[in-house]
Each structure stands twice: as C-alpha cells, then as structure tokens.
Ligand binder design. Structure first.
Ligand code: ATP
Ligand code: MG
Length: 342
C-alpha cells in the first residue's frame, strides 16, 4: 500500500514543485548572480504556515547546485538554533569549519570572523524561521559578507522588521521579497495527488477523498500532507487495501493534533512560559502576559519580543487572537472539530 514513505514526510522536498513557478523563478533570479561569483541581494520569503516557504527555498537552492559546480547551500532553522551562537555554529559546522570551536567558550565575533575568512565556494545560507532569532542583528553580519547569499524565511514581514534596528530595516526593505499565500483547494489537490502517486500504490485513495483532504486543510500544505500521511499509516497498520472513509474521518483531527504537538515541542523555554500563561489565564492581553512572564523568568525579554512570540504562536495555530491591535487578547486554540465528513 505504501510505495515510498519518504514522500509523505513533512520535510520532503519533491523533484518538481506544484503551482509555484512565479515564486521559484523570482527566487532563482535573485540568486542568479552567485553563479557568476557576484554578490546577490538578500531574499525575504514570507507566508503563512504550510505555504511552501521552506520547500520552495530548498528546491531552488538544490536546483542551483545541480546547475553550477561552485555553489554550496546551507540550511539553519533559527527557531531550533535561536541564539546567535547556535545559528553561527550551525552554518560553520555545515561548512566544515568548526573543528576547533569549543562551545560557549568561543566569543561570538570570532565566529563571524571565521565566516568572513571562509574562502570555499560561494554559499547560499537559508535562515529559516528567522523571525525567531533572539538577536536578529546576525542577519546584518551575514548580509555584509559577500561570499554568502542569504534567504530569510519568516511568516510575516512586520514581525521581522519590528525587531531589527533601522539600519537593518532599510537594508531589508531594499531586498527582494518573495511572498507566498495560502494555497487554493485545487492547488492543494494537485500537491496531494502528486504525492499520493509517488508515495502510495494505485487506487489506495480516490479523487473525492483527496479533494476532501484539500478542503479540510484550508490552504495549508503541511496539514494536507499530514492528513494523507496519517490516513495512509492507519490504513497500512490495519491491513486495509485502501484508505476508507472511516479512516479519513479521524485523520484530520489526528494530523492537527500531531502538528500541534510538534509546534509545542518547538517552543523555546521563554515561549513555553508565555504559552502556559495564556493557557492558564486566557483570554489575556499582552501587557498582563508580559507582567506575569517577567515575574516568572530570570532574564525577561522585552515586550516587543513577547509580542513576536504571541504572533508566532498565533501563526502556528497554538493561540488565537481576538480584538483589534489595541485591545487584543490571546487564548489557546481548542482542538477544532474534524471537518472531513462526506
Ligand atoms: N508547491 C508545492 N509543491 C509540492 N509540495 C509542496 C509545495 N508547497 C509545499 N509543499 C509541501 O508541503 C509541506 C509544507 O510546506 P513547507 O514546509 O515548505 O511550508 P512552510 O511555508 O515552510 O510552513 P511553516 O511556516 O510551517 O514552516 C511540505 O511537505 C512541502 O514539501
Ligand atoms: Mg517552513
């Protein structure tokens, strides 16, 4: 029943992407100069969760490596590596330049110097979830190194710009911006259809079922593929020959729960404190959240940073915001009811 489980995984980058030609071309053209060893503009890729930001960025850089010999790429998830040290370390590690760096004891600027001295091939650095960097000035440091091309991925441009200084904002404003929107149902159907053709045996799932998954995923390709994976996994475990409607019925709920758990696991310790405050006291406004948070942690971040946390958790459907920007309040999202009925 399952032909190739890899293509149903969340991080899989397909050989061909669906419906993002304009974005693929735009991003490719921004990176083009690197193939002639010329400096490139920084690219900013934004869009909601599941819009294909990570997938398209990796796809474009992979294709670039296919086409030219002297270009490398490196990928950092800045949420997982949210300190300046860890992000820089990741990049250097990927370049094979960390041999004598001892964690913590190496001053940060030394890491930037190390990058500056790097004289290997030109390298595209994908900074994914860059809005989660504790100290976004790191973007500025990388930006000024001509041997690197930078792709910054964030959900919202504002969340990135609100936390960097004017100098960096003006640089970023003049950079190339690739925006991605939620997918339409038809587009999600095509993405699902391509995946199921490669990942599943024939006739395991029918068109009507694929359309229903697309509909339930509401524009989010991550959720759509998650539903397909959950349903296929269950059908396989239970020795069905095909995905039944019964299996599909719970798959949306299960996939959402799984994604929610992954997002919760991604929260930094400070974000987790903020989430718990909202869970215990919501609906609650940002000022009160910040007050409670500051009482609870040793080294509280600014109000602005906490607002960025709240925005991020809202993007990832962990929290929901109500009200206008003035009197906004946050509450946790209760698991929505399944919407995969026939
Ligand atoms: N145009 C596309 N064609 C084929 N597959 C796609 C396309 N867009 C997204 N996908 C797939 O959908 C899933 C989600 O995409 P991706 O991880 O790139 O979303 P994202 O925008 O980075 O979301 P997040 O903000 O949550 O990280 C991935 O498995 C990816 O391979
Ligand atoms: Mg992503």
């Amino acid at each position: 029943m399952i032909r190739d489980a890899r293509v149903l995984r969340a991080g899989f980058v397909p050989q061909e992407v669906e419906h993002r030609d304009a974005e693929v071309n735009h991003l490719s053209s921004v990176l083009e100069p690197i193939t002639n060893e010329e400096p490139t503009d920084t690219a900013i890729v934004t869009g909601p969760s599941g819009a294909g930001k990570t997938c398209i960025s990796k796809f474009v850089t992979e294709r670039l490596r296919e086409e030219v010999l002297n270009v490398e790429t490196t990928y950092v998830n800045c949420w997982r590596n949210y300190t300046r040290f860890r992000t820089l370390y990741q990049i250097l590690d990927d370049l094979g330049a960390t041999i004598d760096i001892h964690r913590q004891s190496t001053p940060h600027d030394e890491l930037v110097d190390r990058l500056q001295q790097h004289d290997g091939p030109r390298t595209v650095v994908i900074l994914d979830e860059v809005d989660q960097l504790e100290d976004p000035s790191l973007i500025y440091d990388l930006h000024s190194l001509p041997q690197f091309a930078i792709i910054c991925i964030a959900n919202k441009e504002e969340d990135l710009f609100s936390r960097v200084d004017d100098r960096l904002v003006s640089r970023l404003r003049s950079s190339e911006h690739v925006r991605m929107d939620k997918y339409h149902d038809e587009q999600l159907y095509d993405i699902l259809s391509a995946r199921s053709k490669r990942g599943l045996d024939e006739d395991v799932i029918n068109d009507n079922q694929l359309y229903r998954i697309a509909d339930a995923a509401a524009g989010d390709a991550r959720l759509a593929i998650g539903i397909l994976r959950t349903a296929a996994g269950k059908a396989d475990r239970e020795n069905h020959e095909r995905i039944t409607d019964d299996i599909l019925l719970n798959a949306a709920e299960d996939a959402r729960a799984q994604i929610k758990q992954t997002s919760l696991d991604s929260l930094t310790p400070h974000q987790r404190v903020v989430y718990d405050i909202v869970r215990d006291h919501g609906p609650v406004g940002p000022s009160e959240i910040h007050k409670r948070y500051s009482e609870e942690v040793d080294d509280p971040r600014t109000k602005r940073t906490v607002r960025a946390y709240l925005s991020k958790m809202t993007q990832y459907n962990l929290l929901e915001a109500e009200g206008t920007s003035r009197d906004r309040e946050y509450a946790i999202v209760d698991q929505p009811s399944p919407t995969l009925a026939e």
